[in-house]
Design a protein around this ligand. Structure first.
Ligand code: SAM
Length: 338
């Protein structure tokens, strides 16, 4: 396979395809790492294209595996590509690409969940947060078990402008199980709207750009896959601490079909439940009959501010709800008196 550069300067020698290499190394997908490979370059080209113009920029690809998306990224002539892969068996696949790109590719063997990116990119690419997005991109087709906790972690990093986001509003192009992709972008009054929609849309502009059928993967998963692009917002709608927003959002969406006054009750200990949940909705000017999926981002903002106000009135309440991260622990604490 000849990879042609978009501009003169990057022309790779003929290389064996990822499929040839998988056969050559007799490498089987590992079930425990949920490995499903994309070996069709028309699909991987589309994923790389969805990231926009990456020419001359820095790209971090998470979970490159045998390197099909990596090749599609390289075709778009980025300045540097950093790949992070957990499975050491793919090292020879990636080494071939490193040599063929005159070391434009940098390989990191490790876990993306522990990856610290605050010093990983070139200094000259750094931008002010309010400025346009830097030419730094995160791209990845990760296992579903990793992509959902990862996006939550990265949304928190975005809220704190740390990790990759110390360089400015770094964009992401990531795959998710189709249903999760739909939740990330879901509007109010849709059946997919949930906690993830609110958290994601508070900090990012998210687009579900395409769907890849499960049958396009080797081996095929049981579900289809959505490609989502995410661009951090200059200002979130709810400019409050991530954990506080997460706690209120989580509780306010806990019962999908019930009135939101019922959900609000789960934020408070039993003996104060009625009083405080009524006060919360009154302060936030939210109709108690609203269903969680009908709540707008602005209503969530008012609920977070109202909850913060109630916590300031009663500091024990804040400690109880915000610092007890484990669900069972929280339920146990809520059952006790404040
Ligand atoms: N990008 C390749 C493709 O599209 O063909 C591989 C996709 S496969 C679904 C996910 C890849 O992510 C695998 O190579 C797997 O080893 C890697 N991976 C899984 N968990 C990871 C983690 N925590 N950190 C880095 N890589 C991980």
């Amino acid at each position: 396979t000849q990879i042609k550069a978009n501009v003169p300067g990057l022309r790779l020698p003929p290389l064996p395809t990822p499929r040839d290499l998988l056969n050559l190394y007799r490498l089987q997908a590992r079930k425990q790492l949920s490995q499903n490979f994309l070996l069709d370059s028309r699909i991987t080209d589309k994923i790389a294209k969805a990231a926009g113009n990456i020419q001359g920029g820095d790209v971090c690809e998470v979970g490159p595996g045998p390197g099909s998306i990596t090749r599609s990224i390289l075709k778009r002539d980025p300045g540097r590509v950093l790949v992070i892969e957990k499975d050491h068996r793919f090292l020879p696949f990636l080494e071939i690409l490193r040599e063929a790109t005159q070391e434009r590719l940098h390989i990191i063997l490790g876990d993306v969940l522990a990856l610290e990116m605050s010093k990983m990119f070139r200094e000259e690419l750094r931008m002010q947060w309010e400025d346009r997005c830097p030419n730094i991109h995160l791209i990845g087709n990760l296992p579903f078990s990793v992509s959902t906790p990862l996006i939550i972690r990265w949304l928190k990093d975005i809220s704190l402008k740390r990790n990759a986001w110390s360089y400015g509003r770094v964009r992401m192009t990531l795959t998710f199980q189709k249903e999760v992709a739909e939740r990330l972008v879901a509007d109010i009054n849709t059946k997919q709207r949930n906690r993830l929609s609110v958290m994601c849309q508070n900090w990012c502009d998210a687009k579900h750009v395409s769907t890849i059928p499960g049958s396009a993967f080797v081996p095929p998963p049981d579900v289809d896959v959505g490609v989502v692009t995410l661009r951090p917002k200059i200002e979130p709608v709810i400019e409050e601490d991530f954990d506080l927003v997460d706690k209120v959002t989580r509780q306010m969406t806990i019962f999908r079909q019930k009135r939101c006054i019922r959900c609000a009750g789960t934020l408070f200990p039993a003996y104060q439940r009625d009083d405080l949940s009524n006060r919360l909705l009154h302060l936030a000017e939210v109709n108690p009959d609203t269903r969680p999926y009908q709540l707008t981002l602005d209503e969530f903002r008012r609920l977070v501010l109202a909850f913060k106000h109630l916590c300031q009135e009663n500091p024990k309440l804040h400690k109880l709800v915000v610092h007890a991260t484990n669900y069972l622990e929280r339920i146990k604490l809520l059952a006790c008196s404040v």
